[in-house]
Ligand binder design. Structure first.
Ligand code: NAP
Length: 326
């Protein structure tokens, strides 16, 4: 995955650049974890360079409204929150590059070498990875079009907008059941659409879901299409055993079929669990000294803006302390 930084290779790898740009701290990712790390490292006069990545602002920038981020009693748009964090980081001197890191070399010692999609090569004394994760997609027609307009990947974020509505939850794992149970606070009717007739979710959540009168199940069924005008109006369901299809009116489609951490870049270099989440200690350190990680790239559990912000802050403070000891 990484490229080797011998003299001859480096010349080829640098492309348009003659000499790699040397940075003290590079932050990969511009969601809440990356931008918080940028605020803290910039304020500590470390002049961080942030690579915004393919989705500037990360997942939160795709969220309609955020109501549970402390300090904002009125709902706040995800884009606005990211813009505010970006402005705050830039005010302290952080630089944001709208480019994506495509290769890293963490194994041939420091400074680390990073290459971007535009062919630029950088050297960094320290790296903070905040590349995030993304919900696995169904990849059916209408899914992308209606995201934020009836299709959601976050009940905590969007459940409130479905008060007294009829929604379906797609998936059969712990997340699907946990989020369906959360949605019972708001929605009047919740159906869990699962592609098999057995749940993957554990017994405790299964029992709670079966006992909840607002929740019912549509077994052996997949969503082939999401249909609407301004907002979602219906889904096309298909029974995988009988092949029978039907148009089913719904107000919302919550999809929980797993998450994928954006960590493929680090495979073979950084320790990760079997699902690809980076392994960090309490100081947000990875197994490579000088490489820190924060946010959803290393957090399969909480996945909240507030927790990502906390982890980004912790990674930046650890990074600063580590650099000052060098
Ligand atoms: P998961 O356990 O991987 O379950 C994903 C579910 O989505 C499975 O039921 C799977 O079906 C279904 N699925 C996957 N791809 C699909 C597709 N293309 N179309 C339709 N259905 C699809 O993911 P998760 O529920 O997000 O959980 C991730 C991890 O976090 C798990 O280890 C889980 O135990 C843990 N977790 C724990 C808790 C808790 O303990 N409270 C809460 C949330 C998550 P199949 O079953 O047929 O494969």
């Amino acid at each position: 995955m990484f490229f080797v930084t011998s003299d001859s290779d480096e010349k080829e790898a640098t492309g348009p650049q003659d000499t790699p740009q040397h940075e003290k701290v590079i932050i990969i990712g511009s969601g809440p974890a990356g931008l918080t790390a940028a605020i803290y490292t910039a304020r500590a006069r470390m002049n961080p360079l942030v690579f915004a990545g393919d989705t500037p602002g990360g997942q939160v920038s795709l969220t309609n409204e955020i109501e549970n981020y402390p300090g904002f009693p009125e709902p706040l748009g995800g884009t606005e929150l990211v813009e505010r964090m970006t402005a705050q980081a830039e005010r302290f001197g952080a630089r944001i590059e709208y480019d994506t890191v495509t290769e890293v070399d963490f194994v041939h010692g420091r400074p680390f070498t990073l290459k971007t999609a535009t062919g630029a090569v950088y050297k960094a004394e320290a790296v903070i990875i905040a590349s995030g994760a993304s919900p696995r997609k169904l990849q059916v027609p209408g899914e992308a079009e209606f995201t934020g307009r009836g299709v959601s990947y976050c009940a905590t974020c969007d459940g409130y907008f479905f008060r007294d509505k009829h929604v379906i939850v797609v998936g059969g794992g712990d997340s699907a059941l946990e989020e369906a149970l959360f949605l019972t606070k708001f929605a009047s009717q919740i159906e869990i659409v699962h592609r098999r007739d057995k749940l993957r979710a554990g017994a405790a959540l299964r029992e709670r879901a079966f006992a909840n009168e607002k929740i019912s199940f549509i077994w052996d069924t997949v969503v082939d299409e999401i249909v609407g005008d301004e907002v979602v109006k219906s889904v096309k369901l298909r029974n995988v055993k009988t092949g029978e299809t039907r148009d089913y009116p719904v107000d919302g489609v919550f999809i929980f079929i797993g998450h994928e951490p954006a960590t493929a870049l680090y495979k073979g270099q950084l320790e990760m669990d079997e699902r690809g989440y980076l392994i960090t200690d309490k100081l947000m350190r990875t197994n490579i000294e000088g490489v820190f990680a924060a946010g959803e790239a290393q957090d399969p559990i909480f996945r909240q803006v507030a927790t990502s912000v906390g982890q980004g802050c912790a990674a930046a403070m650890s990074c600063e302390r580590w650099l000052s000891e060098q």
